[in-house]
Design a binder for this molecule. Structure first.
Ligand code: NAD
Ligand code: WQD
Length: 341
């Protein structure tokens, strides 16, 4: 059984990916410092799959601990690197923390790959590297733009670190996956997204408002050049997203990659406005959402969605879940977390 290291595997996307890897027959080892997650997600993974992944709690910035880890686990076949700090606003306040955590973690992993002979890595990148693209939808060849935040810049720089390291070391192969907006939860409602404090992202804010934790959703802007004036994004179901990681790992393990470093967009290909997202939630949950339109949020882009052709045809992966089903999964998770049923 091939052993896969999932860094950040106690977090939102990592826990869903751990489930899909286990379902596909892989042995999962999670490293997480629990800086933005809870050990409870391991219980969720175990309840869903019947298997509790191995878990090591430490900070990837600590190189000695990482080397000790690879000595203890000499058979890791591939790494999926989710672990990172991801709050855009916080990254503007504390840029050094973001650069240190996100850059040093990846550098340490790559150095260990060279030292311990681990060929394969999948890296969590983001559509944030495109900024506001000049043409829509965005393909993988759409030029990247200057990052809007230190967080976004860590994704851009980490992509470059990966690309340059692979160019200099053909023993390493890597895939950068550029996620659009991951939303929803596992249909079992046993794992999901659990933001600390007031959510910055749309869907957790919607579900917390519906659950009564927030009085109203503020819709940031209705004067964009979009279908209804609210901003447009490509909301991708987290289980669909998780499955793409299994495909990416298989691609590397089976040497199906066409070059040492590859990039894939992971989205649905559909642009959805904030108001359409609210409507989809209301329809799926049967709950009327209290919302109000306010001014634009600083730093927001107007619209972005993915061209999924390359991921569909070359990676052989396609998003399958509709937005209403995804919204329902987010709502069932919120209700379970709040003890509402
Ligand atoms: P998350 O915060 O839920 O998961 C990240 C996990 O990494 C957490 O469990 C955290 O405790 C852990 N972690 C952070 N720094 C660490 C370190 N130095 N050592 C060990 N563990 C560490 O976030 P997520 O939403 O699951 O995101 C996963 C990845 O996907 C991140 O790299 C993120 O930047 C990227 N991404 C997320 C989104 C999104 O909207 N959620 C979009 C695009 C890209
Ligand atoms: C979605 C839409 C908001 C909250 C962020 C990061 C990006 C990536 C994904 C990691 C926007 C609107 C939101 C609210 C609202 N993460 N909104 N009221 O901004 O597309 O992307 O997460 O890489 O880097 O920047 O996602 O969920 O914050 O917002 O109206 O209370 O919902 O204005 O149009 P975003 P989001």
């Amino acid at each position: 059984m091939k052993q896969i290291l999932v860094t950040g595997g106690a977090g939102y996307i990592g826990s869903h990916t751990a489930v899909e890897l286990i379902n596909a027959g892989y042995e999962v080892v999670i490293v997480d410092n629990l800086s933005n997650s809870s050990i409870d997600s391991l219980d969720g993974i175990e309840k869903i799959t019947g298997i509790r992944p191995a878990f090591e709690q430490f900070d990837l910035v600590d190189k000695d601990k990482l080397e000790n880890f690879f000595t203890k686990y000499p058979n890791i076949a591939a790494i999926i690197h989710f672990a990172a700090s991801k709050a855009v606003g916080e990254s503007v306040e504390i840029p050094l923390m973001y650069y240190k955590n996100n850059l040093v973690s990846l550098i340490n992993l790559l150095e260990c790959q060279l030292k311990f002979g681990i060929s394969n890595i999948v890296f969590s990148s983001s559509c944030t590297v495109y900024g506001q693209p000049d043409q829509l939808p965005v393909t993988e060849n759409t030029p990247r733009k200057d990052a809007e935040s230190p967080y976004g810049n860590t994704k851009r720089v980490n992509e470059d670190i990966l690309k340059d390291t692979i160019a200099a070391n053909p023993a390493i192969k890597g895939i950068a996956l550029r996620y659009f907006n991951p939303v929803g939860a596992h249909p079992s409602a046993l794992i999901g997204e659990l933001p600390l404090g007031v959510p910055a992202n749309l869907v957790p804010f919607i579900t917390q408002t519906a659950a009564g934790l927030r009085s109203e959703l503020k819709v940031f802007g209705n004067d964009y050049d979009t279908i209804d004036g609210s901003a447009v994004r490509d909301y991708i179901n987290v289980v669909d997203l998780a499955k793409a990681h299994v495909v990416a790992v298989e691609r590397l393990l089976e040497n199906k990659n066409k070059s040492g470093y590859e990039i894939f967009n992971l989205g649905t290909g559909n642009g959805v406005s904030v108001l359409e997202a609210v409507q989809a939630f209301e329809k799926a949950s049967g709950v009327k959402l209290n919302y109000k339109i306010v001014g634009r949020r600083a730093g927001d882009i107007e619209k972005i969605w993915a061209d999924t052709t390359f991921a569909n045809e070359e990676l052989g992966w396609k998003a399958e879940t509709g937005l209403e089903e995804t919204m329902l999964s987010a709502w069932l998770w919120e209700k379970r977390v709040r003890g509402m049923e």
